[in-house]
Every structure is written in structure tokens, then in C-alpha cells.
Ligand binder design. Structure first.
Ligand code: H2U
Ligand code: ZN
Length: 343
């Protein structure tokens, strides 16, 4: 076997059936320049100009209630609408379908100056409970519910008030289609969920495990694309978010608290990322092949300001990374899980 840390190689992503190019020799040169930390402007606990703060006005003259826990509302600029008429065209190589759906915004807390990483585990648990309820409610009507968060300006987040989004639609998006196909194919030949077998292998090897507790594991996937990417999985077979037990929701809050603190501690900055949940689509017949999970895709590479650009080769050929997944996992594993602002 080649030395992963010295030679360019390609790794296979079993979940999406794609390859990623790893060029670790590009990273062997010593760290140059200082490690910048991300000095961030102090935000007030309440911002009268913030459209997500309690009691404030949003677009279209909607007024937020004076909420005290997580607060969900229908996105005033939804990308999907519930009343789109059914229509489809299939003319030669021109094909389209009308689609229906809805988009919601979830404010995690009324406190404008917090992030999920800075909330106590009990308040992260309230967010998890809302995710589960929203998933159940919207799954009753729509084929796919995507819960996600874009965090930080670097990831295109439009407002620092801690919030995420929920989009539900009457179709299965590409990423889910690929994950379902791979898990189904694996289940048919091995009779076990792909991600549970993968998890067992990672727990045996240990090198890519970032942290774990009684119910959950966070790993840097072997096939990671983003520098400090992670995959969060329950240890027990669970196909969908709304099938988690009360205990699993609490232990998830603890795991997220620790993982997010490690992320913030890495460059002593409020770590940007896109994160989101995947699980068996509602009404999916062969859902036993599915293992629910969260993906964290953070863009930072070397410091609070230097990000990995997914550009030339990545856009035109295939994703490429410099840090090995093992290196990234080890750095995160050895970092404190006490948030640097709480020390
Ligand atoms: P992002 O920061 O991830 O873009 O999420 C903010 C969402 O809030 C965004 O989708 C919505 C935007 O459409 N929004 C409202 O629904 N009402 C507003 O008054 C402003 C922004
Ligand atoms: Zn606010």
C-alpha cells in the first residue's frame, strides 16, 4: 500500500459514487506565516436592525413574535412555492418539471450574539427537537425535507443572527438520489446499511474518529472533500431524524456542542460551514438501507481567513484536497472541546 501522506492518490466516496483526488505532498511544506485568528466584531444581544431578532419587522411587513426559544417562520423569499401548477415538458433535449414545496427559516435563539456552538447543550437540544418536528410535519406532505445551516459570511449567510433553513419539495434532489442509490446497492449485496458497516470500520481503525459518545460518532470521512469536513452518525441503525429517541437527541446535543467547540477552537474563530441532515426520504420503500447522518462542510483550510477554493480542477475535473482526512481528524481530535470563549 502506498504511503497516503506522501503520494497523490484518489479516494472513492461510497456514499455518492464519486472520486476525490488527494495531493498531500502539497501540504508537507511547513506552515508559513502566522496563524491568524478571526477577530470578530462584538455583536449586541439584540439588534434593532436585525430582521431575525424578536419583535422586529421582516420583509413584507411581517413582525416576528417576541419569541424566547427556537422560532420557525415561512421564508419570505421562498425558493419553492406550495401552489406551483403541475406541468412537465419533455421535448428532445429540453426537459423540465414544475415542482412544489415550501421554505422555512429557523432562528435557533432570540440572542443575536450567539451561535449554535455557544449555546448550552439544553438549548441545542431545543433546536434538535424543532428539526425533528419539522422533519415529521413536512415529510407528511413532501418527498424530501432538507434541513441545513449556512454559517458565516464566507458561506453566503445573509445575517449573523443564529439561524438555519428548512426546504421541503415534492421531488428527490440529486444528492439524495445518489446517496439512496449507493446505500440501496450496498444493502442488496451485503444485507447491511453501508454507513453502519463504514462506521464499524472507522471505529476499529480509530484514525479518522474526531469524537464519540454512547450514541453518536463524528468522523472525518475517508473520502472527505472539504479540509475539515465531518460526518455525524448515530451508532444504532436509525433511518430518519424523527426516529431518534429522547436520549439520542440529548446525546446529540452534547456531541454537537463538543464538535462545534473544536471547530471554533481550530482557528479561534466562529467557524464557517454548511451543515445539514440526510435520512431516508419519506415514503421510501427500501428505507432500511438508509442510515441518517449530518454532513459538515467547512471551507477553512489554513487560518481564519484562508479558505479552500473549489475552483479550476474541482469545477472542471474532480474535487482535490491537500490535507489528508487522517491529518484533519487528528487535529480536531486533539483540540479541546471547551470553547475558547468559555475558557
Ligand atoms: P441565509 O442567511 O442562510 O441566507 O438565510 C436567511 C433567509 O432569511 C434567506 O433565505 C430569509 C431569506 O430569504 N429572509 C426572510 O425570510 N425574511 C426577511 O425579512 C429577510 C430574509
Ligand atoms: Zn438578531
Amino acid at each position: 500500500m502506498i504511503n497516503f501522506n506522501e503520494h497523490p492518490h484518489r479516494r472513492y466516496n461510497f456514499l455518492t459514487d464519486e472520486w476525490v483526488l488527494v495531493s498531500p505532498h502539497r501540504n508537507l511544506r511547513p506552515w508559513q506565516g502566522k496563524m491568524e485568528t478571526g477577530a470578530q466584531a462584538q455583536r449586541p444581544g439584540y439588534d434593532p436592525a436585525c430582521y431575525l431578532c424578536p419583535g422586529n419587522k421582516r420583509a413584507h411587513d411581517q413582525i416576528n413574535p417576541r419569541y424566547s426559544g427556537p422560532f420557525v417562520f415561512t421564508n419570505d423569499f421562498s425558493a419553492l412555492l406550495p401552489d406551483t401548477p403541475a406541468s412537465a415538458v419533455d421535448e428532445g433535449l429540453i426537459r423540465y418539471k414544475g415542482c412544489r414545496g415550501t421554505c422555512r427559516v429557523i432562528c435557533y435563539t432570540p440572542q443575536h450574539d450567539k451561535t449554535l456552538a455557544m449555546l448550552p447543550a439544553e438549548e441545542i437540544l431545543q433546536v434538535i427537537e424543532v428539526w425533528c418536528r419539522q422533519w415529521s410535519e413536512l415529510s407528511a406532505e413532501y418527498a424530501w425535507v432538507q434541513i441545513f445551516e449556512n454559517k458565516g459570511e464566507m458561506m453566503g449567510c445573509s445575517n449573523p443572527h443564529p439561524h438555519g433553513q428548512i426546504w421541503a419539495g415534492d421531488f428527490i434532489p440529486n444528492e439524495l438520489f445518489a446517496e439512496t442509490a449507493s446505500q440501496m446497492k450496498y444493502y442488496r449485496t451485503h444485507g447491511a446499511p453501508l454507513l453502519l458497516d463504514y462506521l464499524q470500520q472507522e471505529l476499529r481503525l480509530g484514525v479518522r474518529v474526531i469524537l464519540e459518545n454512547a450514541d453518536w460518532v463524528a468522523v472525518t470521512p475517508f473520502w472527505a472533500v472539504w479540509p475539515y469536513e465531518s460526518l455525524v452518525l448515530p451508532k444504532r441503525p436509525v433511518t430518519r431524524l424523527d426516529l431518534l429517541s429522547g436520549e439520542e437527541k440529548s446525546s446529540l446535543a452534547d456531541l454537537l456542542k463538543n464538535l462545534l467547540a473544536k471547530y471554533d477552537n481550530l482557528f479561534e474563530t466562529s467557524f464557517p460551514y454548511t451543515m445539514g441532515w440526510h435520512g431516508a426520504p419519506a415514503g421510501e420503500e427500501n428505507s432500511c438501507c438508509w442510515q441518517m447522518h449530518a454532513h459538515f462542510y467547512p471551507p477553512l483550510l489554513r487560518s481564519a481567513s484562508i479558505k479552500k477554493f473549489m475552483v479550476g480542477y474541482e469545477m472542471l475535473a474532480e474535487p482535490q484536497r491537500d490535507l489528508t482526512a487522517e491529518y484533519a481528524a487528528e487535529r480536531l481530535r486533539t483540540l479541546s472541546s471547551v470553547h475558547y470563549l468559555d475558557r
